[in-house]
Design a protein around this ligand. Structure first.
Ligand SMILES: [Zn+2]
Length: 309
């Protein structure tokens, strides 16, 4: 079983420790002035080296064209750092979506373009996407353009088998995302709902897990110490409810301030700082290890998809 990286296919057994929701390059300046630009390759190499030092092997970069996807730069920093990078495809969220373009393109036309990114490569580079996402909804509901984007992502998934990863930062939109994708025929076990920890409602996390999708707690280390203690509670809650196999963890680095060089967690904090908090909270070391190895490996490949533990 292979997963497509920016340097070519990688055997699933070689993925190692995986961060499933990150950004190496991103331009979110329209929302985050001053800190919303990740465009420095030298700095990216330095930060990826820290992931390697912490024991990480693979990073999923979910930056899409609306926020500056750069396949060639991803390939360069992957080759230099030795970190396997899996690139996303599809469309981000409002207000970044070009609503006029979505009005003018049918769902199947949008799906064709996503499939081209997967089968032929992105924007003429020949560098292929290995995951669909992050497909987003900005608010607590799915807008008209976003619905078209989700349906196109679903159809691209059915044609290519790639996993779909979402942006769901507002309660309870993750549930609606999974239901919409399922309406298009997507097995929820092939869906990763992102940003679960931005919604401080453990029952919501459990409700997502009951639908069968992966639940991604991906703001690890970018908030306060209190946020970290809450994230520990959320993960322990999932484990206690029997949903360990559906837990995914990441930092969602997307601002300069998230990088280690700027005082943030960088890409290494989860492994060096957060996982020990989970074992301190009583989870078994093997279970915790699975959150960053077998769980994301299975989420990417769909093999031995999530099931209630
Ligand atoms: Zn993201």
């Amino acid at each position: 079983m292979h997963v497509m990286s920016v340097t070519g296919p990688v055997d699933a057994s070689d993925l190692g420790v995986v961060l499933p929701h990150e950004h190496v390059f991103a331009d979110l300046v329209r929302e985050y002035r001053g800190t919303g630009l990740l465009n420095d390759e030298h700095l990216a190499r330095q930060e990826l080296a820290l992931l390697r030092e912490a024991g990480g092997q693979t990073l999923v970069d979910l930056t899409l064209d609306e926020i500056g996807r750069d396949p060639a730069a991803l390939r360069r920093v992957s080759e230099d750092s030795g970190i396997t990078i899996i690139m996303g495809c599809g469309h981000y969220r409002d207000p970044y979506l070009n609503s006029e373009w979505f009005d003018q393109h049918a769902v199947d036309e949008i799906a064709d373009l996503i499939v081209a990114d997967i089968d032929e490569g992105v924007n003429g580079t020949g560098i292929k996407a290995g995951i669909i996402g992050e497909i987003g909804s900005d608010k607590w509901y799915i807008s008209a353009a976003e619905e078209r984007s989700f349906r196109a992502a679903a159809r691209a998934h059915l044609r290519t088998g790639l996993t779909i990863s979402t942006h769901a930062a507002r309660w309870p939109v993750g549930l609606d995302q999974v239901r919409l994708l399922a309406e298009e025929g997507v097995d929820p076990r092939r869906v990763i709902v992102g940003h679960a920890d931005t919604v401080p409602i453990p029952d919501y996390h459990i409700s997502l897990a009951r639908l069968g999708c992966y639940v991604c707690f991906d703001s690890i280390g970018t908030g306060t110490d209190y946020d970290l203690s809450r994230a520990v509670d959320y993960v322990v809650g999932m484990a206690r409810a029997g949903f360990s196999r559906q837990v995914l963890l990441s930092h969602d680095v997307f601002l300069r301030g998230h990088l280690k060089a700027d005082g943030g967690p960088g890409y290494g904090y989860l492994l060096s700082g957060f996982l020990p908090l989970l074992t301190d909270a009583g989870l078994a070391a093997e279970e915790v290890r699975g959150f960053v190895t077998t769980n994301p490996q299975q989420a990417l490949t769909g093999v031995a998809a999530a099931s209630k533990a």
